[in-house]
Ligand binder design. Structure first.
Ligand code: SAM
Length: 188
């Protein structure tokens, strides 16, 4: 017996509820009124739903796209030319997120923040371990090191352990540093 088939059949009721939810929220009408592919945050603001529910709305839309109820354009990349035409320094990310910077979004939605920090830490982990194992001489003669924008401190922790006598400092936004201090990180 195909387990995936059984699982899909037993959870198929979710599709009906997702469709019902889309009808209740008039998602189709909102997309039509927008006149072109609507970014998720603008769809959310048109309902309107509070920003902390954007992630949930995104999941609902992903499911509905997967079922073929709605189509998905290239995640806002189709608006890249606006960045060049507009005056001002707004990036594409900021355009797609009500003018907010990535760091503000990450702060507002802790679930994004945690995922982002974990992704950064994972990348830093492999790079920094390779660095201290093969190129530790680059730290010769240094007494101190500051990792500016060092996230949750993966890089400084690895360097601190590998290079005795080097004073390592982590510098990041207050809410990121606070999360590190709150976590179980005796070496920080
Ligand atoms: C690409 S991430 C770097 C992640 C880090 N290397 C790691 O291993 O996790 C950039 C970092 O810069 C921080 N950042 C952004 N603006 C900052 C600012 N004005 N001052 C200090 N840190 C900032 C962010 O919070 C984020 O953790």
């Amino acid at each position: 017996m195909d387990c995936t088939l059984i699982e899909n059949l037993s959870l198929s009721y979710i599709s009906s509820f997702a469709l019902r939810c889309a009808v209740d929220l008039d998602i189709s009408g909102r997309i039509q009124a927008y006149g072109r592919p609507i970014p998720l945050n603008e769809l959310a603001r048109s309902i309107p739903t509070p920003p902390e529910k954007d992630l949930m709305l995104g999941r609902l839309m992903t499911l509905l796209v997967h079922q073929g109820v709605f189509g998905q354009s290239q995640d806002g990349w189709n608006r890249l030319s606006e960045v060049f035409k507009d005056t001002g320094n707004c990036t594409l990310f900021e355009k797609l997120h009500d003018g907010k910077k990535a760091w503000e979004i990450v702060k507002e939605i802790p679930e994004y923040g945690n995922t982002f920090n974990e992704a950064m830490a994972s990348q830093s982990n492999s790079i920094t371990r390779g660095l201290v194992a093969r190129c530790s001489n680059i730290f010769d003669g240094l007494n101190s090191l500051v990792d500016v924008g060092g996230g949750t401190g993966t890089t400084v922790k690895i360097i601190d352990e590998a290079i005795p006598g080097l004073k390592c400092t982590l510098f990041d936004l207050p809410h990121v540093v606070k999360s590190v201090l709150k976590s179980d990180s005796p070496s920080m």
